[in-house]
Design a protein around this ligand. Structure first.
Ligand SMILES: Cc1ncc(COP(=O)(O)O)c(C=O)c1O
Length: 407
């Protein structure tokens, strides 16, 4: 008997007993998925309004992505970077072209891409900018989320991410998000980079003022500081643009990509920049056994191909307006505020109606899967293949769940 044959309760009990308790999932046990829909072990269907934190932007099991994966599984999956694989170069060339840059450093998880960029920025500071060894500083924003490694949580402002995990990595300065003047004051001669999410995801889909990113771009250029855009959650069509930075016409020096780059199939992340930046890495100075493996490279190439057609960006822009209009219609009906861009919305629910988790549970019972973030904030981020009718149905369920919570 397989684990899932024993039913949802047993599957959850096994996870509780044998998996580390670093997550607190909703009691939904997925067995299969297609497009924007997930089916659980009891055959119940749910509209996925999380899309694996935007890793499933193109929908579950997108036919072109699964066809690529199947074909690659039958030819070559892993050789490590000790040898060449025939599809790594084409993947890097395609992704670099999409980003308008020269080079790609392929990694696996998002956190690894961020860590890699921090190393690249420090090395660039030492080799190119001439910052004295060990003196570099990197500016980040309060309430950031860039992953879970020791160096990354070293500059988190979330106590749950940090408490008990010290000692921390030095060399970071955190300033309020959205305030260019505060960022300007934090820059000194030893600043090598500014690392930002163009729109803060885990903080609740926080969109900065329109002048913010262009001003930060200008400051970085003026002070010879690298602007690193963490587009791991905001990028690859989620906001209606290929990169959220495009919304403000801003071109960072370094793009960090992950999540949807792996097509919802494999972990694949990347640091993308020009040669004068990524060229600071030499053999032996950085690496990853699985980074850019042939299976990931094949899938990543198909993902770039899908993005180059522009169809997903257009869907996200158009349907995103509809999603935001419908959500704003619930302000005063249990919703306090709605933020976001494209098919990516952060919704603050009146705390009197319960926590975000309470509302997520009510929604799951009604067949809609969302994820709470801090306190009473929910995020809606369906796969970009979702239809307008499905969005309407999900919002109707949300309205009903809010009425239920009021009763
Ligand atoms: C903006 C951002 N950066 C980095 C990460 C870390 O990605 P991963 O979980 O793949 O390490 C995340 C994950 O949510 C993210 O949202």
């Amino acid at each position: 008997m397989t684990i899932l044959d024993t039913g949802a309760d047993s599957a959850i009990a096994l996870v509780e007993r044998h998996a580390a308790h670093n997550y607190s999932p909703l009691p939904v046990v997925a067995a299969s998925a297609e497009g924007a829909w997930i089916t659980d072990v009891d055959g119940r269907r749910y509209l996925d309004c999380l899309a694996a934190y935007s890793a499933v932007n193109f929908g579950h099991r997108h036919p072109e992505i699964t066809a690529t994966a199947h074909a690659q599984l039958d030819t070559l999956t892993l050789v490590s970077r000790a040898f060449h694989a025939d599809n790594l170069g084409p993947f890097c060339a395609a992704l670099a072209r999409l980003c308008g840059k020269d080079m790609v450093l392929p990694m696996n998880s998002g956190a690894e891409a961020v860590e890699s960029a921090l190393k690249v920025a420090r090395k660039w500071g030492a080799d190119v900018k001439g910052v004295p060894s060990g003196q570099a500083n990197i500016i980040v924003a309060d309430n950031n989320f860039h992953g879970r490694t020791i160096s990354i949580v070293s500059f988190s402002s979330d106590p749950a991410a940090r408490d008990g995990f010290g000692p921390f990595t030095p060399g970071f300065r955190s300033v309020p998000f959205g305030h260019a003047a505060a960022l300007a004051r934090a820059i000194d001669d030893n600043t090598v980079a500014v690392l930002l999410e163009p729109i803060q995801g885990e903080a609740g889909i926080v969109v900065p003022p329109d002048t913010y990113l262009p001003t930060v771009r200008a400051l970085c250029t003026e002070h010879n500081v690298l602007l690193i855009a963490d587009e791991i959650q905001s990028g690859l069509a989620r906001t209606g643009y290929t990169f959220a930075c495009d919304r403000w016409g801003v071109v960072p020096d370094v793009y960090l990509l992950g999540k949807a780059l792996g097509g919802g199939v494999v972990p694949l992340s990347a640091v993308v920049a020009d040669r004068d930046i990524l060229g600071v890495l030499h053999p032996g100075e950085h690496g990853s056994t699985f980074g850019g493996n042939p299976l990931a490279a094949a899938i990543g190439t198909t993902v770039v191909d899908l993005l180059e057609r522009g169809e997903f960006q257009a869907r996200s822009a158009e349907l995103g307006e509809h999603l935001h209009r419908r959500l704003r219609g619930l302000i005063g009906e249990g919703v306090v505020a709605v933020r976001g861009l494209g098919l990516w919305a952060g919704v603050d629910v009146d705390p009197a109606l319960g926590t975000g988790k309470d509302i997520s549970l009510r929604l799951a019972r009604r067949g809609v899967l969302v994820k709470d973030t801090h306190g009473s904030t929910l995020r809606f981020a369906p796969p970009l293949v979702v239809t307008e009718q499905e969005i309407d149905w999900a919002i109707d369920q949300f309205a009903a769940a809010l009425r239920e919570a009021c009763a």
